[in-house]
Write a new protein. Structure first.
Length: 164
């Protein structure tokens, strides 16, 4: 019997496409809540939410990936993630059209990121998982933000914590 390693991923939807992120990066999933806008931030930076007394910056993955802004609907959710930067981790909320389930995908069912033909830069994609007849794009959440962006997110988090 072959020993197959499985990895667990939280699946979610962006513009009718299935995405996933390693469950090890996910702190929690929240229903959409009011987001306080911040002046002079990147377009994809939607603002800050109060999460049990801590300010958490929220980003719109649609805008970060060059898509149209996330439409807020009844299934819109905020995935709270730990993003690793050069100077340590920062907590970030990411908007998703809908969050689905945690799935296990065998390591041998994950192909490397395609080098062309995707909406996302290959460095954002950890791999493409095969599940049934479809595919799930597995994001490398630590590479979605460059070091300057992580520093900006950490700064916003610190400013909001000081206000609370």
């Amino acid at each position: 019997m072959k020993d197959t390693a499985f990895n667990q991923y939280l699946t979610f939807t962006l513009s009718d496409e299935q995405y996933a992120v390693s469950v090890g990066k996910v702190r929690e999933v929240l229903e959409y809540t009011r987001i306080t806008k911040l002046p002079r931030t990147a377009d994809y930076m939607k603002g800050i939410i109060n999460l049990r007394g801590f300010g958490v910056p929220v980003i719109d993955l649609h805008l970060k990936f060059g898509m149209a802004e996330t439409p807020v609907g009844k299934d819109t959710a905020i995935i709270v993630l730990d993003v690793r930067g050069q100077d340590g981790d920062v907590v970030v909320g990411a908007l998703a059209d809908a969050v689905h389930e945690v799935v296990e995908i065998a390591a041998d069912k994950v192909e490397p990121a395609p080098r062309f033909g995707t909406k996302l830069a290959a460095e954002f994609i950890q791999g493409v998982g095969k599940r049934g007849d479809g595919f799930i794009i597995i994001l490398d959440i630590d590479h979605i933000f460059n070091s300057d962006e992580v520093a900006m997110l950490r700064e916003q988090e610190t400013i909001e914590e000081a206000k609370v």
